[in-house]
Design a protein. Structure first.
Length: 156
């Protein structure tokens, strides 16, 4: 089992689409340049923590659990006390979606070969994930990020 504690602001990976350009299929990302920078920062943070691990997983079914810790909005915090207001939401039920946060995070954990470059990860192929549990919570200030657990899955 590998447990990763990643600090930073989790970023979503938008839904891209394929288009034919000059007879060749090309991937067109749907995100803005600002979100692309956020994605890159989050992916780099996840990859850096993952690559510090000595273990990796290959050719085995996996169970992955991710707990995203999202930053609270300033309007949730009392300016007078610095504490969370009593009426503030308990969990983030707004953008970004857990599936898009998960997509960006898992992509950073997987070994990818693109344009002659290899980005090594701790998972050889994300199709090996047979169980996925994702939670999105508000973080205490300074604890934004994610706790990612990857382990071999067994049917027992």
């Amino acid at each position: 089992m590998i447990v990763l504690e990643v600090l930073g602001t989790p970023a979503p990976k938008g839904s891209g689409r394929a288009m034919l350009i000059a007879g060749k299929a090309r991937y067109i990302a749907s995100s803005s340049g600002a979100n692309a920078r956020k994605q890159a920062r989050w992916s780099d943070a996840v990859r850096e923590v993952a690559l510090a691990q000595t273990d990796s997983f290959a050719e085995t079914p996996l169970a992955v659990a991710i707990e995203f810790r999202m930053p609270r909005l300033a309007s949730h915090i009392s300016k007078r006390t610095g504490q969370v207001k009593p009426g503030a939401p308990v969990a983030p039920t707004t953008y970004p979606d857990v599936d898009k946060l998960t997509r960006c995070t898992l992509d950073a954990l997987v070994t990818q070969k693109r344009k002659g470059h290899v980005h090594y990860g701790i998972i050889d192929d994300d199709s090996r994930i047979v169980r996925l549990e994702v939670t999105k919570l508000y973080a205490d200030p300074g604890h934004e990020g994610a706790r990612i657990t990857v382990e071999e899955w067994s049917a027992a």
